[in-house]
Design a protein around this ligand. Structure first.
Ligand SMILES: Nc1ncnc2c1ncn2[C@@H]1O[C@H](COP(=O)(O)OP(=O)(O)OP(=O)(O)O)[C@@H](O)[C@H]1O
Ligand SMILES: [Mg+2]
Length: 421
């Protein structure tokens, strides 16, 4: 099968500080006082030999830090910028939605822009007219459809732009970070629409900083780093690796002496928490099914004979998933009364899906918790082949990963086995 998108060794350099080639007055004045840079051309390489293929119907997320080259790549694909070297080939009608409302004309009304944008995407007037009501309804801008779009809020702008791109049936849809601007309801609507587009067998390339959206929408993810492809693989894995890198490799160690999550009336006792993979004791990310270790250091002005720690693991929406403490689970006695020490909690066979889980900590004695810190630190869980099938449960089925055993029983003799020789 021919790829829908073929990116071959695409390289793009920008010349910094020279917009038109002819310096303006400020630049000329600066030129008088500034020493020439080491690199006389002052070239900036936004993309450095980027290559990948996308097969028709694939939904690919593109992630990376600010300035990694994501938008530049999409602009090359949409033919808005010329690559310096390499080539990009696309097969099929492309609908692209780059940054807020690119391709919209501010002086024109919403209605006029729908027609303009549609024809830019290669649609006939008839086709646009046929889809017009659906577009306006999806965008929810009925009342403002005859108002110039320069009067629209940025959210309304994006809603209309997205609605046009999504309804005009492009075979390849290129979307850059639009979801950030809409409200939660519209974001869901966009994700739903993109899922529909994807299910319809069309190809989607989707740039986002929202890893959950990338994980739930995309089958594959390309991670751009400093203008090169740093990783390219299953969306869940790449997004998790990206999350982990973004979280920093320094280990999930958090000071608690002045933590904003400490509740009112707490007596400050916990001073530090460290969350790590028990297998190596250093990695901040715990593989699914592995053992998480939560170490809480405490310091008190009076000796404590019975340190207790409660840990509540919460989901991305800060709802508790489970909680545990060393009163309900057996705990060996502590080595005498202590004014300082560490409580080590191990959570074996972690039944969690990949993700980042905030932890609440409750510290005290047998009778009560006197020091509570909400969202004290994050537990990061990364993908692992827990079932040995190379597959994970669907990403939107909640935070818990639970095994199952199966059996399929026959109601009668299986087909094709009754009339054998
Ligand atoms: N027209 C331009 N002239 C000079 N430099 C540019 C130009 N366009 C982009 N760049 C530079 O190229 C790099 C990549 O930019 P790009 O917009 O592709 O990043 P991005 O990955 O989309 O980032 P973000 O997450 O912030 O949207 C940046 O360092 C940017 O400053
Ligand atoms: Mg960008």
């Amino acid at each position: 099968m021919h790829p829908a998108i073929r990116v071959q060794n695409v390289t793009k350099s920008f010349r910094l500080g020279t917009n038109s080639g002819r310096p303006n007055l400020t630049e000329r004045l600066l030129g008088l006082v500034r020493k020439p840079r080491a690199n006389p051309d002052n070239e900036f390489w936004a993309l450095k030999g980027v290559s990948f293929d996308v097969t028709p119907g694939e939904v690919v997320g593109v992630v990376g830090r600010n300035g990694a080259g994501k938008s530049t790549l999409l602009k090359v694909l949409s033919r808005i910028v010329e690559p310096t070297a390499g080539r990009a080939e696309l097969r099929g009608r492309v609908g692209s939605l780059l940054e807020v409302g690119t391709g919209f004309h501010p002086e024109l009304t919403g209605r006029e822009n729908v027609f303009l944008n549609g024809s830019v995407l290669g649609m006939s007037r008839r086709e646009i007219a046929k889809n017009f009501d659906a577009i306006v309804a999806f965008a929810g801008v009925e009342r403002f459809i005859d108002t110039p779009v320069k009067r629209y809020s940025s959210g309304m702008y994006v809603r209309l732009a997205f609605a046009v791109a999504a309804h005009l049936n492009p075979e390849i849809m290129i979307v850059d970070e639009v979801l950030a601007v809409g409200d939660a309801e519209f974001q869901n609507k966009c994700l739903g629409k993109m899922r529909e587009v994807a299910r319809g067998g069309r190809t989607v390339l989707f740039v986002s900083h929202n890893m959950t959206a990338v994980q739930s929408l995309c089958s594959r993810c390309v991670w751009l780093k400093d203008g090169t492809v740093h990783a390219d693989g299953p969306a869940r894995e790449v997004a998790e690796a990206y999350n982990r890198a973004a979280a920093g490799g320094g280990g999930a160690e958090v000071r608690l002496d002045a933590h904003p999550g400490r509740t009112l009336g707490s007596v400050r006792a916990m001073t530090r928490v460290r969350v790590c993979d028990d297998a190596d004791g250093t990695s901040p990310a715990v593989p699914m099914g592995g053992t998480a270790r939560v170490e809480v250091e405490f310091e008190l002005d009076r000796p404590l004979a019975d340190a207790t720690l409660g840990v509540v693991v919460k989901d991305a929406y800060y709802s508790p998933i489970f909680g545990i403490n060393n009163k309900v689970t057996p705990c060996p006695p502590q080595p005498g009364p202590l004014t300082a020490g560490t409580v080590v909690c191990r959570l074996p066979r972690l039944p969690l899906m990949p993700g980042v889980y905030p932890l609440d900590l409750y510290f005290g004695d047998r009778l009560n918790d006197f020091d509570t810190v909400h969202n004290a630190a994050d537990l990061t869980v990364v993908a692992a082949d827990v079932f040995g099938t190379g597959r994970l449960p669907p990403p939107n089925a909640g935070p818990v990963c639970w095994p199952a055993t199966w059996e399929i029983r026959a109601a009668r003799a299986p087909e094709g086995t009754t009339d054998g020789p």
